[in-house]
Ligand binder design. Structure first.
Ligand code: PBG
Length: 310
């Protein structure tokens, strides 16, 4: 009866698996703060994506860990950069059978760990960064990404990326905008996985402040006006109200990013025997869908897909 009358369902169709690929390693390296998550080699990434595709997961999003970092994040748009190499291989392997998304940002590639270029005062230089984001998006689309996902929260980034993609002949590439991305304490484990903790300061000058909700709708409206095809709220559970209000306001596809800290907390408590990790995983993910997200980026994608298929 519950199955019959359920208002919300978890489906493999709504999952996006975030994956890390690191340059210069021969075997996958575990991420201590994210049990079950690894930094992939090119070969292990390829094998993982084959298995995810076989499980029916429709999309993955790639994050790169380059061997060398510099002030402008040069590896981010290098055609031989770690993510571009991975995208080309995966596109060859899968054609259009899986959606390849790429995180479009500089923080994994800059030596200072910030999402943009810095000015003389060490502040993110919004406008100078836009050109870099355009170049990164073009490199990713050229390598095979159908979706680029700008996560740096610079003003005007969606318009700059749309223009750069169109000029480069990638009018068909979609933009998934991290529109309402909060300056959250839940990104800690990700920064281990992507080796991108800021070397000084924090991201509060460009990411949103947790107390603000109306501002999220403003950000979503701006991104859509600039040409975003899909929008996203991040993190997910502490921002279910934001997901619900964005859902009520717009009809475009809405994603939610169930982030690294949310994943790590479930594992940590389950390891202690304090909660049933699988049950909490499903409860959390269904609540994100119930709040109104069409799809969820989650490190639990594989585990949930396995449960749903088993
Ligand atoms: C920035 C980016 C971050 C995450 C996704 N894209 C890190 C940050 O803003 O500090 C975090 C995702 C997570 O915690 O799982 N490129």
């Amino acid at each position: 009866m519950r199955r019959l009358v359920a208002e919300t369902r978890l489906s493999v169709d709504d999952l996006v698996a975030p994956l890390f690929v690191k340059e210069g390693i021969d075997a996958p390296e575990p991420v201590a703060s994210m049990p079950g998550v690894v930094q992939h080699s090119q070969a292990s990434l390829r094998a993982e994506v084959r298995e995810l595709a076989a499980l029916g997961i429709p999309a993955v999003i790639l994050f790169g860990v380059p061997a060398r970092k510099d002030a402008r994040g040069s590896a981010a748009d290098d055609p031989d950069g770690v993510v571009q190499v991975a995208l080309r291989t995966l596109r060859d392997d899968h054609g259009d059978d899986i959606v390849l998304m790429a995180d479009t940002c500089l923080d994994e590639y800059t030596d200072h760990g910030h999402c943009g270029l810095l000015d003389d005062h060490g502040e993110a230089d919004n406008d100078a960064t836009l050109e870099r984001y355009g170049a990164v998006a073009v490199a990713q689309a050229t390598a095979g990404a159908q979706v680029v996902a700008p996560s740096g929260m610079m003003d005007g980034q969606v318009a700059a990326i749309r223009e750069a993609l169109d000029d480069a002949g990638h009018a068909g590439a979609s933009i998934l905008a991290y529109s309402a991305k909060y300056a959250s304490a839940l990104y800690g484990p990700f920064r281990d996985a992507a080796e991108c903790a800021p070397s000084f300061g924090d991201r509060r000058s460009y990411q949103m402040d947790p107390p603000n909700a109306r501002e999220a709708l403003e950000e979503v409206g701006l991104d859509l006006a600039e040409g975003a095809d899909m929008v996203m709220v991040k993190p997910a559970l502490a921002y279910l109200d934001i997901i619900a209000s964005v859902r009520a306001a717009v009809d475009v596809p809405l994603g939610a990013y169930h982030v690294s800290g949310e994943y790590a907390m479930v594992h940590a408590a389950a390891q202690q025997g304090w909660i049933d990790g699988d049950a909490v995983m499903r409860e959390h993910l269904v609540s994100i869908r119930r709040a109104g997200a069409d799809f969820v980026l989650t490190y639990f994608a594989r585990a949930l897909a396995e449960q749903l298929s088993g």
